[in-house]
Design a protein around this ligand. Structure first.
Ligand code: DO4
Ligand code: MG
Length: 275
């Protein structure tokens, strides 16, 4: 089941049929005692809607925070060591990749999140910016993973490379995050073979493409959730981005007008343009 947040309220999709969800509060859905069962009940009533328009899809977020895990793929570890080597930060990234405790950081509030088709942003004081395509967990207040969406952890590599203590500035700014297009509602983990693909187009032409799979993700989502919820509560639930395994070559930086497409097959494709 796919759950969309639209300008006309939540919509659930199964087998390409769309059903209006009577509960219109996104926060009430995320905190529901059994979201899957509730949505199956909506579908069983059989009241489909015609003319579901992808143009009306919004970011699947209400009062939830967005958190992120870092250096969860070997490719990210290598990229971070390289970008911070002049600042002497490299050994931190190597150590966190192997440590028991993961790197977790605050990423965004809803006002900083772009939905499908909306603009993401690069910082005006950054010179090296990249998208980070990440499987993103939706977790309810009881620390249960209730679904999966696609996230883009927009990042300023020159700023995080200059000093690891600049990470919040490299990661948190207006338009620094995109989520969508829907939440795949499922209590089951996604298969390890699930591919994540990133494509970047400049003036309509392919500029970069890359792919990885969840088999490359070093840490189990459930373990990341367990650390995030230690001494930390989320009354409206939270999103947790699970890290990037795709890093464009060091010569690449995003430009205004670039189109970023991230595909995780069971969820869909998240498309955003750089403002
Ligand atoms: O440590 C810096 C952040 C790394 C990150 O965002 C990632 O690996 O996805
Ligand atoms: Mg990231």
């Amino acid at each position: 089941m796919k759950l969309y947040r639209t300008a006309n309220g939540p919509v659930v999709e199964l087998n390409e049929l769309h059903y209006r969800v009577p509960e219109t509060s996104w926060d009430a859905l995320v905190t529901h005692s059994n979201l899957g069962e509730y949505l199956r009940g909506v579908i069983e009533k059989g009241e489909t809607i015609e003319n579901f328009s992808s143009g009306k899809i919004e970011a699947p977020i209400g009062s939830q925070e967005v958190w992120a895990a870092g250096v969860t793929y070997y490719r990210s570890r290598s990229a971070r060591i390289e970008e911070s080597k002049d600042a002497g930060g490299g050994s931190f990234y190597d150590r966190v990749y192997s440590a028991e405790r993961p790197e977790l950081f605050f990423k965004a509030t809803a006002s900083r999140v772009a939905g499908p088709g909306a603009h993401v942003r690069i910082r005006s004081d950054a010179s090296w910016s990249v998208p980070e395509p990440e499987l993103t967990l939706l977790i309810n207040p009881r620390a249960e993973i209730i679904g999966y969406t696609i996230g883009n952890d927009m990042s300023s590599r020159d700023i995080e490379g200059e000093n690891p203590l600049y990470l919040p500035q490299a990661k948190v700014y207006n338009g620094s995050c995109a989520l969508g297009p829907c939440v795949l509602v499922s209590p089951e983990p996604l298969p390890a073979a699930t591919p994540i693909r990133l494509e970047i187009f400049r003036s309509g032409q392919p500029e970069f493409s890359g792919a990885t799979t969840l088999a490359e993700l070093k840490r189990k989502p459930a373990v990341l959730v367990e650390y995030l919820f230690r001494d930390n509560s989320f009354p409206f639930g939270t999103f947790l981005m699970t890290g990037t395994g795709i890093v464009p070559p060091d010569s690449f930086t995003l430009q205004s007008g670039d189109r970023i497409q991230i595909t995780i097959d069971p969820i869909g494709t998240l498309t955003n343009e750089v403002a």
